[in-house]
Design a protein around this ligand. Structure first.
Ligand SMILES: Nc1ncnc2c1ncn2[C@@H]1O[C@H](COP(=O)(O)OP(=O)(O)OP(=O)(O)O)[C@@H](O)[C@H]1O
Ligand SMILES: [Mg+2]
Length: 296
């Protein structure tokens, strides 16, 4: 697929996610080269939003009420049935009419290829690698055999596949190496404090500057805790920063004071980023919040 400089610029400029221009550039280059990419990184930092933004741009927006790309979200129970296709459970029904109507059902990949629409596989690693066994031939030979239909689909020219994943997150499956090699991994990590300040100023223009600073500091300190020795399983995401800022802005407009609304919001988000089964992990985050509040 050929992308113009104008495409690159427009995709970057219209993206709601700030601070990930380099990741977006890398993604677009690989798309141009025809390789499937996998966006990975800690939760809540814009992977899904970036992928959807790029795919809807490339799909031209789609007709009214119809998406310009297809999307599936990985789940623990997902199998080849949802991904490639298979026999609908009602095909086994004793009712002959029903059985006829519900014979074979195409999975999302087959439907994407047949309709020529690009595909997003979100939360790829929430599903076991076995769900994707039919993808191998597609990713190495550009063909998708549909065994039960006795047909072989061919990958359309310029077809784009993007996936997102959390590596090593709890509740995810380890990606098989063979599958991993077929995607180009692009990291979408934490953005800088300066970027987050801009994001907050846009979303919560009336936030108290002291609270804003406290939130930004809290975010970067939790990320340090995570980086240093994994004493918490993840740092605060930009999504978490936005939620804190919105909560604080609202609570202060109702007359509550800066310190208490900050601690309140930090405890809420702290429960999300700490390991809730580990009292030490929760305590660490809470102490951090109280310490930042003390200096306010
Ligand atoms: N850098 C950013 N700039 C602006 N908004 C952001 C940024 N990062 C995250 N957000 C906000 O956080 C929300 C959640 O992002 P998104 O769902 O795309 O993250 P994700 O990485 O896919 O998370 P998960 O791993 O949990 O699926 C977005 O809707 C967006 O509003
Ligand atoms: Mg996501």
């Amino acid at each position: 697929m050929k992308l113009t400089t104008d495409d690159y610029i427009r995709i970057l400029e219209t993206c709601e996610i700030k601070g990930h221009d380099e990741a977006i550039l890398r993604i677009l280059r690989y798309i141009e080269l025809g390789y499937p990419v996998m966006l990975y990184g800690p939760p809540g930092n814009g992977k899904t939003t970036i992928a959807e933004h790029i795919l809807s741009y490339l799909g031209g927006g789609g007709d009214e009420g119809e998406s310009s790309f297809l999307k599936i979200e990985g789940t623990e129970g997902m199998s080849e049935y949802q991904v490639i296709g298979g026999f609908h459970p009602l095909a086994m029904s004793g009712n002959a009419e029903l059985a006829k109507e519900f014979m074979y059902k195409d999975g999302i990949v087959a439907r994407a290829i047949e309709s020529g629409k690009n595909l997003l596989i979100d939360e790829f690693t929430r599903a076991p690698s076995s769900a994707y066994s039919g993808l191998f031939l597609l990713l190495s030979r550009d063909t998708l055999p549909l065994e039960y239909k006795e047909t072989v689909l061919k990958k359309p020219e310029g077809w784009v596949l993007i996936s997102t994943a959390n590596f090593g997150d709890e509740g995810t499956f380890k990606l098989s190496n063979a599958l991993k090699r077929r995607f180009v991994p692009i990291n979408v990590g934490y953005v800088s404090s300066a970027t987050e300040k801009t994001v907050i100023s846009n979303i919560t223009p009336d936030i108290d500057p002291e609270v804003e600073n406290a939130i930004i500091l809290f975010a970067s300190e939790t990320r340090n805790l995570w980086r240093k020795d994994r004493s918490i399983p993840q740092g605060l995401s930009t999504d978490g920063v936005i939620k804190m800022a919105r909560y604080c802005e609202l609570a202060m407009s109702q007359g509550f004071d800066a310190k208490s609304v900050f601690v309140d919001a930090a405890f809420h988000q702290g429960t999300i980023i700490a390991d809730e089964t580990d009292p030490h992990s929760i305590q660490l985050v809470q102490e951090l919040a109280l310490k930042i509040a003390e200096d306010m």
